[in-house]
Design a protein around this ligand. Structure first.
Ligand code: 4AD
Ligand code: MG
Length: 547
């Protein structure tokens, strides 16, 4: 097919269609061939007749895809333009249910609300109707009319239905009933077709979009930091190695250690645990940057809050101190929550209802005091509680919970690392709101954090969220070269290998700060999903990387 439509044969409008390969106009399909291009650049075309065979025309009409999304259709009032008029619309989607050989509930993923497609009795033969099964893909054309049925304002009276893809009802694993989240995890490739996951992933999308909008509007530069790196930013050693060395006959040095000079990159490499260190080099040029990318940690934590592959947002700001950092993080979290509440209300209401029903199964004392929407509104309308690690330890030590020995890890005193049960006690029982803890003991934090004058603590800050625990980890960075080098040596971080990182302190060092927000934990917080595996499309966790 070498034809381009350069002019409409019905109205002779040339300019608009100069690049259109084939075009359907005025309900007619025109295929044309370019014969010549004139010196004034107008194109001389010849209409190809006869039109191609029927099945080919069908294909072309699908390509033109004039489909209307169900969300848009349902947003219309029954008495406006498309409704009540005889204008035809085409929708495409997957069958959720089919009743009485007449009513199809069609879903196209734009919303949880199905469009009722009504088939005129007797219009299609039985063989055809049998193919309208749950999850069959179809194209329905018809006229929008006000609905007599309950629960919807509009429906589509079908004049034509085409099955785009059959679905074997006997084998299709999703039935129109409630399935457990555990079961759905085993068919993660199909679970998007349920209402719960439809809502979760549309909200996830909205949150991701809001992340970019927030930073873009503030003039931050989005930086793509590498996925493969030679550094262990967090120094926690939870690295996935990246290598092309063979498992047998691995090249060795004289001392028996692996010779990474023979490896693909000529050095040992791993998947990134954080883009921060590269981000710092960006911040010391652009001022404000952020990263938003996949992050990998080989920590063997099989919990409802840990993934081996997750997404992290890491802003890094020159000329920021710890307090600026906390202010930005709080504003950021509130902004993206509000964005989802304002723009995805339907999905948010659905998720709130889902959570309320799920919690009905729990004993009274395990249920949340606030519903999902109320919780998020509360977060938006109140300041996060800010206190130091030292103050937190005092509260925990004096708590009845501790005195009654209800913590699995008792509060042994200043210096101990906080466990998730301690963090959750602070946010859920004591303050009942998000908390920003700051100035942690330097021993339990990373090498890059700015050392406070007390010689014991660093300018760290973690944000803890109800139901989740730690959602943000960040700090003001150590910008003083001598102090940084000294701390790296103390913590066995290879100073020579990090020459490039230290250069940011050698050439125009500035006070700067940043943080990392775990995106899935944020999605959990906003959607109310209790397991992190249910807010990422294809979760990677210990012993599990299906799909
Ligand atoms: O506290 P973390 O380890 O901080 C950093 O990586 C810093 N480099 C960030 C920075 O300052 N630029 O991780 C940040 C956040 C955590 O608070 C948590 O929300 C999330 O990342 N996170 C995980 N989320 C899911 N699964 C895991 N295994 C996670 N580990 C951390
Ligand atoms: Mg942390």
């Amino acid at each position: 097919m070498k034809g381009y439509l350069s002019a409409c044969f019905h109205c002779n409008n040339t300019a608009k269609f100069a690049k259109t390969k084939i075009f359907e106009l005025h309900g007619l399909l025109d295929l044309v061939e370019i014969i010549a291009v004139n010196s004034n650049k107008s194109i001389v075309t010849r209409r190809i007749l006869p039109l191609p065979p029927n099945n080919y025309q069908d294909k072309i009409q699908q390509m033109f895809n004039k489909r209307v999304k169900i969300k848009e259709l349902l947003a219309q009032e029954p008495n406006n333009q498309a409704t009540g008029s005889s204008e035809e619309v085409t929708v495409m989607g997957w069958v959720r249910t089919f009743r009485n050989n007449q009513f199809i509930a069609l879903n196209d993923g734009s919303t949880n609300n199905n469009l009722q497609v009504v088939i005129e009795l007797g219009k299609f033969d039985d063989e055809f109707l049998k193919r309208i099964t749950t999850s069959a893909a179809l194209k329905a054309t018809g006229i929008i009319i006000p609905s007599m049925g309950k629960g919807q304002k509009l429906e589509l009276k079908a004049t034509d239905i085409e099955i785009l893809g059959d679905s074997d009802a006997e084998k299709y694993p999703l039935q129109p009933k409630r399935h457990s989240l555990e079961f759905l995890r085993e068919i993660a490739h199909l679970r998007f077709r349920t209402n719960t996951f439809g809502s979760v992933f549309r909200v996830r999308h909205a949150l991701a979009y809001a992340v970019h909008k927030f930073y873009n509007d503030k003039g931050f530069v989005y930086m793509h930091t590498p996925v493969i790196t030679g550094s262990d930013a967090e120094g926690a050693g939870e690295l996935f190695k990246v290598t092309t060395l063979p498992f047998d006959n691995t090249p060795r040095n004289d001392d028996g250690s692996i010779n990474f000079k023979e490896d693909f990159f000529g050095r040992a490499t791993n998947l990134t645990v954080s883009g921060q260190l590269e981000g710092e080099s960006g911040a010391t040029a652009f001022g404000d940057i952020y990263t938003f990318g996949p992050t990998f940690r080989a920590e063997n934590s099989n919990t409802a809050r840990h993934l081996a592959e997750f997404w992290m947002i890491e802003p890094e700001m020159a000329f920021y101190d710890l307090e600026d950092n906390m202010n930005l993080a709080e504003e950021f979290i509130k902004y993206i929550i509000k964005y989802a509440m304002d723009n995805n209300r339907e999905d948010m209401d659905f998720l709130a209802q889902r959570l309320a029903e799920e919690e009905k199964q729990l004993p009274q004392d395990k249920r949340s005091e606030l519903g999902l929407i109320e919780k998020l509104e509360f977060v938006l309308n109140n300041n996060f509680e800010r206190l130091t690690y030292t103050e937190a330890i005092d509260i925990l030590r004096e708590s009845n919970h501790n005195k009654k020995k209800k913590f699995q890890y008792p509060i042994t005193g200043w210096g101990m690392d906080l466990q998730s049960e301690h963090e959750r006690y602070l946010v859920e029982k004591h303050f009942k709101k998000p908390v920003i803890l700051s100035n942690y003991p330097k021993e339990i934090k990373a090498f890059y954090m700015r050392q406070n004058d007390d010689g014991k603590t660093v300018a760290a800050m973690d944000i803890l969220a109800p139901g989740i625990g730690e959602i943000v980890g960040g700090s003001q960075r150590e910008e003083r070269l001598d102090k940084l080098e000294q701390r790296m040596k103390e913590m066995n971080v290879p100073v020579e290998e990090m020459w490039w990182y230290l250069d940011t302190r050698r050439y125009g060092t500035v006070p700067h700060a940043g943080f990392g927000l775990g995106f899935e934990r944020m999605v959990q917080f906003v959607t109310g999903m209790t397991n992190i595996r249910d807010v990422i499309a294809f979760p990677r966790t210990p012993k599990s990387a299906e799909f």
